[in-house]
Design a protein around this ligand. Structure first.
Ligand code: SAH
Ligand code: SF4
Length: 414
């Protein structure tokens, strides 16, 4: 039997490891049983259609039945049809034969001193992703979710980019990341007041705009008021600049947009974000200006990683102001997180502050996300080599804290 086990080791975030285990590929000729569809990954409309198609609900009652089941899954957080007590016993049994509502397996769970939580989740054999919860800053608690395992793009400062794309995540797998966080935070039912998990950012592994269909479905599910009910204005999708998909993203999801800009001229951006060769700055900026729903109350976030001596001069700060003139925007300055083998270094603190001051003076909010992360990094440097995994995951935490826009200003805008 053919067998191979390629390893994909990833990121500042290692343990974002992925193993493709083909050793279980069966040579048996008997057809494999059809996998049961996980209802967690269906929008309410899709759920309704699935109930009709499977014969579990007749046409006239499907809408009511779908809402009832959707509420059990996404408002109450149940993982067992047997607990859906207002659904007839016989119907529950039929649901269980055709569908599932279970969660994927959590391989590893870590909680940092500052309350950051991280889960390594096995979606399927060999398909593992990491999800990080960054606890409240002001009234905001954000969950950073992954949309792909690996990435097809190769941004030169990003360790994830060195991991080949394994596959896109399904809507169910994206929603599962939110469900697992809510399980852990004991945040069922999904009440609206004082939420620990108030915001979602698609800033984990992968390029969300290369997995648009599943990302859009996941956002429909997460934002549905009959379920988890996180408003679309509290959901941010970060992209490296897949220009032709920007309009679709806005139309389909009404999510907040974050753009990984990192450079103000094509020559440098071609190097940092090679996708720029395909969609250069002029096209990108035009695409952002046309993003549906952009306004002062719904600004785009520009992410700008601070790389020492590469993109962090005062001239570049001024060029940035010029480049984005007229776009309702805020700018997230992200101190670069080094990873083994990279030649880039993080800009000095004073340089980052000076860069931010120029943006501020031009009227842009430009938060720098460091203090807590810096502590972690300092501690990490002291860990021994056998703790490589811990050290790397702490780096990831720093990266995420830096990336996530979690200030009160966002909260008010949301
Ligand atoms: N692929 C999408 C979303 C995931 S990356 C994108 O590129 O936008 C989320 C953010 O982390 C991006 O802004 C990315 O540029 C940034 N990032 C990647 N590697 C980093 C590193 N080593 N240090 C700091 N930020 C990094
Ligand atoms: Fe990393 Fe995002 Fe670039 Fe992919 S698109 S390599 S995840 S920064």
């Amino acid at each position: 039997m053919p067998s191979s086990t390629p390893q994909f080791l990833s990121t500042p975030d290692r343990p974002l490891s992925v193993t493709l285990d083909l050793s279980r590929v069966s040579t048996d000729s008997a057809p494999a049983p059809k996998p049961r569809v996980n209802l967690s990954g269906l929008t309410r409309a899709q759920l309704m259609a699935a109930l009709v198609e499977s014969g579990v609900a007749e046409h006239g009652k499907a809408k009511m039945r779908a809402t009832q089941i959707f509420r059990w899954i996404h408002h109450r957080g149940v993982t067992d049809f047997a607990l859906m007590t207002d659904v007839a016993k016989e119907t529950r049994a039929r649901l269980g034969e055709t569908f599932t509502v279970t969660r994927p397996e959590i391989i590893e769970r870590q909680v940092s001193k500052d309350g950051t939580r991280k889960w390594l989740i096995r979606m399927a054999p060999g398909i593992e992703v990491e999800t990080v919860y960054i606890p409240s800053v002001g009234r905001v608690g954000a969950l950073c979710v992954s949309s792909q395992v690996g990435c097809t793009l190769n941004c030169s400062f990003c360790h994830t980019g060195t991991q080949a794309l394994v596959r896109n995540l399904t809507a169910a797998e994206i929603v599962a990341q939110v469900q697992i966080a809510k399980d852990d935070l004991a945040e069922w039912p999904s009440d609206k007041e004082d939420r620990l998990l108030s915001n979602i950012v698609f800033m984990g592994m992968g390029e969300p705009l290369y997995n648009m269909g599943q990302v859009a479905d996941a956002i429909d599910i997460i934002s549905d008021n009959e379920g988890i009910g996180i408003s679309r204005r509290r959901i941010t999708v970060s992209t490296s600049g897949v220009v032709p998909q920007l309009e679709t993203l806005g139309d389909k999801t009404q999510a907040m947009l974050a753009i990984s800009l990192h450079a103000t001229n094509d020559a440098l951006r071609d190097v940092l974000v090679p996708l720029n060769k395909k969609y250069p700055l002029e096209q990108l900026i035009a695409g952002i200006r046309a993003y549906p729903g952009l306004s002062n109350a719904r600004r785009v976030t520009f992410e700008y990683v601070m790389l020492k001596g590469v993109n962090d001069s005062a001239d570049e700060a001024r060029a940035l102001v010029k480049l984005i003139k007229g776009i309702p925007a805020k700018i997230n300055l992200i101190p670069f997180n080094p990873w083994p083998g990279t030649d880039y270094e993080c800009s000095d603190w004073a340089t980052i502050e000076a860069f931010g001051a120029i943006l501020n003076k031009a009227g842009y909010s430009s938060p720098i996300r460091t203090p807590r992360g810096r502590d972690i990094l300092a501690a990490c440097g002291q860990l021994k080599s056998e703790s490589e995994k811990v050290r790397a995951s702490a780096l990831r935490r720093l990266s995420l804290e830096a990336m996530v826009s979690v200030d009160d200003e966002d909260d008010e805008a949301a």
